[in-house]
Write a protein that binds this ligand. Structure first.
Ligand code: SAM
Length: 285
């Protein structure tokens, strides 16, 4: 369902989850309907324009300073009474799961489970190449293990569908691809970028190799720069003047008709990104 015309909704860093009737923005637009903008800068919208500002799995890709500027911009472009909804990986939930698995493994549980719960917290913060250890592990685990992981991770789900073709179509075929994409936000992209890289490799070969490629990757949009729990999110939002902070479920919201938009869920009603925290706040009227 699309929002009513007079109800202005914005999806920041939409990736493949752009929706008709919404203003969809991403650094690398997945479609002509998506507006290209760098959300580390001022948003290209006037003050007090939107009723809803939504962003899923974007904030954790920014440094804390950038995240502060992002939330400040959300406040600026929202109408008084407007709702901001932020979805990010839930640090508390992931840590609680890790501690549970740690106990199980101490009592004889399977080591891969511990690897997976550490990977879920640490890998995207630490990785130096696309996909990191998460992809390596998912590519190496047995089919039965991958199937279990596909129920809890959208990356595992994508790899499961890639590896097993249509076998699991009924439950997961409509999942959009969430393959990590590399969005180099430096001046090293395009033809100019290739020329720069070529010159650097000729003038400074030892530097250009490992350090440069890791640096370029770390400045891409794939790595996580921070992780959040409810208290940090509340503090971030209230420090910019947001009120009425709430932790919600995927289908629960202060946004009108939210359950009909189907943004935080799959068509079968399961959460789109399990292990997320969904928070909302209001701009004071
Ligand atoms: C992990 S994806 C999440 C996509 C989608 N919101 C979802 O929940 O599936 C992160 C998205 O944020 C976008 N992104 C990252 N940094 C950005 C920036 N500085 N400006 C605009 N978009 C950015 C990426 O291009 C990517 O599409």
């Amino acid at each position: 369902m699309t929002p009513p015309k007079e109800y202005q909704c914005l999806n920041l860093g939409c990736g493949n989850r752009f929706r008709e009737g919404w203003v969809n923005v991403d650094f690398v637009p997945a479609d002509r309907a998506v507006l290209a903008a760098n959300l580390r800068e001022s948003f290209p919208f006037e003050d007090s324009f939107f009723d809803v500002v939504y962003s899923s799995h974007v904030l954790e890709h920014f440094t804390r300073k950038e995240a502060n500027q992002f939330i400040q911009e959300c406040m600026r472009i929202l109408k008084p009474g407007g709702v901001v909804r932020i979805v990010v990986p839930d640090l508390e939930l992931l840590c609680r799961k890790y501690l549970g698995v740690l106990n199980r493994v101490r009592q004889g549980g399977e080591l891969w489970e511990l690897d997976w719960s550490v990977i879920q917290i640490v890998d995207q913060l630490a990785r130096e190449k696309s996909g990191g250890q998460m992809k390596e592990m998912l590519n190496s685990v047995e089919k039965s293990v991958l199937k279990q992981l596909a129920n809890t991770s959208s990356t595992a789900r994508r790899i499961w569908v890639e590896r097993n073709g249509d076998e699991d179509k009924q439950t997961h075929a409509s999942s959009p691809s969430v393959a990590p994409r590399q969005h180099t936000q430096t001046s090293f992209g395009g033809i100019k970028g290739r020329l720069k890289r070529f010159l650097v490799s000729k003038l400074c070969p030892e530097y250009s190799s490992a350090a440069c490629s890791i640096g370029r990757f770390r400045m891409s949009g794939e790595v996580h720069k921070w992780m959040y729990d409810a208290i940090q999110l509340q503090s971030l939002l209230t420090s910019h003047g947001f009120v009425d902070f709430r932790v919600q479920d995927p289908l629960e919201s202060m946004i009108r008709n939210w359950d009909e938009f189907g943004i935080d869920i799959e068509p079968d009603g399961s959460p789109y990104k399990p292990d997320s925290i969904y928070v909302e706040s209001l701009k004071l009227v």
